[in-house]
Write a protein that binds this ligand. Sequence first.
Ligand code: PGA
Length: 264
Amino acid sequence: MNKFIIAGNWKMNMNANAGEALAESINSKLNEKKFIITENIKENIRIIVCPPFVTIPTVANKLNSLNNTIYLGAQNCYYEPKGAFTGEVSIEMLKSAGCEYTIIGHSERRSIFGENDELINKKLLALLANNMLPILCIGELLEERQSGYTFNVLERQLDNCLKGVNKEQIVDIVIAYEPVWAIGTGISATANEIVEAHDWLRNYFIKHYGAQGENVFLLYGGSLNDANASEIFAIENVNGGLIGGASLDADKFTSIVISASQLL
Ligand code: PGA
């Protein structure tokens, strides 16, 4: 039985009103497709939306008022529990606002905000300690791929970001493989490139975590949309997607979810 996670990363888009309307629209479109009431689908596809921090409570209230099966995630967090960290948001704050997932290590956080593997590792360990599920993003730059270093980069990112994680904890971590050159460009990796990367990732997790490594969710991200979702989700070691641009359009996001449901 395939299981999928379909996560929408709204990035810095949608104010509270727009976010509320988007969440409502996704929910009603899924309902129209009888998505919510089909138990098999409900149990086997986890849908997550990750709004900007400040709009999370509004989106959470809206989702709670509806008959929905959509989970909430944040796009970032800080690892300290509280204190003099101007501009940062703690994991406990995100939990109390209704988040069950937090994206960490996104390439935009790495490249624009200078986050490195060591910081991402601290965030990851803090998330696990607080029973929040991390969505850890990894991926190579175009130059790294072109010079044949893709797997060295992935290995370094995983070794560093997962330091201190044990076999029991590994299944709580969702991995999003996002080749940086495919993010927001409209050009996703090819099916062959995704097969190769996800097979490598599966082997990495089995090698380091034994049988538990079989159960780690491996999402693909990078220009995933309603036109390519079916092909990408059909790949053996792809367990869903992290979607940016297409997650801001209720029709496209719903259609991506439906593509996964057709593979159950
Ligand atoms: P994209 O973004 O779908 O717009 O390429 C994906 C991501 O950054 O997670």
